[in-house]
Design a protein around this ligand. Structure first.
Ligand code: NDP
Length: 240
């Protein structure tokens, strides 16, 4: 039976590229999305990949969503926690809602999805969880106290969960992308983005497919000895 992969936020941007890369590797892919119906349905028509709508920040919705995927496609072997949002502003302008919503979706989503699938993966003796962090969770970023905290939390969550999965054939890793050419980065004002690109040693934004190839590798059997690690894919912007 082919392995089943759930990609959250899997219908556009980096998530779309991840869904396609995993489909190309022969997995049965379930692409989750949060609310952009037009993009999700166009994606599904174009790729034949099944789409499932739920809010990853909603604990029960993740349990129910993963149960629906299992009933429809089979038990979930791979989860890529890619869904994420930004609500940028400096701290003195940041509302509690801006803080809470980013933590709820970006970090809470990883917990919710792991709760939904981790037990089954351990019982079956094989699983892959890949969490999408960020260079800004590693290095911090002006105006992103909420986002940096959530992404930094993902890196800690990954290392802790990796220890719980290791003896059961379940690896848990993170990828920390740098600036990637998607809608999220298109929202950055051009003068700010120009400065950011100038600070990237390779001299350009990354492409979603470049991140997707890293995810596909971490999901493969070739990566069985890699767990609890963070793969930085940022064009040299932040090295440590
Ligand atoms: P986009 O804004 O292009 O896409 C975000 C995706 O997340 C969409 O598919 C969206 O669904 C989904 N999503 C948002 N909120 C929810 C929710 N509550 N429930 C389910 N799905 C949701 O983002 P990117 O592709 O640029 O980013 C993908 C991931 O990579 C994010 O976690 C981001 O933080 C991270 N990242 C991105 C970088 C970049 O430079 N682009 C750099 C570093 C990290 P819908 O289409 O329905 O709105």
């Amino acid at each position: 039976m082919t392995k089943v992969a759930v990609v959250t936020g899997g219908t556009r941007g980096i998530g779309e590229a991840i869904s396609l890369a995993l489909q190309e590797k022969g997995y049965t892919v379930a692409a989750n999305y949060g609310g952009n119906e037009e993009r999700a349905h166009a994606f599904s028509r174009r790729t034949g990949i099944a789409i499932f709508k739920w809010d990853v920040g909603d604990h029960q919705a993740c349990l129910d969503g993963c149960a629906t995927v299992s009933e429809t496609l089979g038990p979930v072997d791979i989860v890529v926690n890619n869904a994420g949002i930004t609500r940028d502003s400096v701290l003195f302008k940041m509302s509690f809602d801006d803080w809470n919503e980013v933590l709820r979706i970006n970090l809470g989503g990883c917990f919710n999805m792991a709760k939904a699938v981790f037990g089954g993966m351990r019982e079956r003796g094989w699983g892959r969880i890949v969490n999408i962090g960020s260079v800004n969770g590693q290095a911090g970023q002006y105006g992103q106290a909420n986002y940096a905290a959530a992404k930094s939390g993902i890196h800690g969550f990954t290392k802790a969960l990796a220890q719980e999965g290791a003896k059961h054939g379940v690896t848990v890793n993170a990828i920390a992308p740098g600036y990637i050419d998607t809608d999220m980065v298109a929202a950055v004002p051009p003068p700010v983005l120009d400065k950011i690109v100038a600070s990237i040693p390779v001299g350009r934004l990354g492409q979603p497919q470049e991140i997707a190839r890293g995810v596909a590798f971490l999901c493969s059997d070739d990566a069985a000895f890699i767990t609890g690690s963070t793969l930085s894919m940022n064009g040299g912007q932040h090295m440590y």
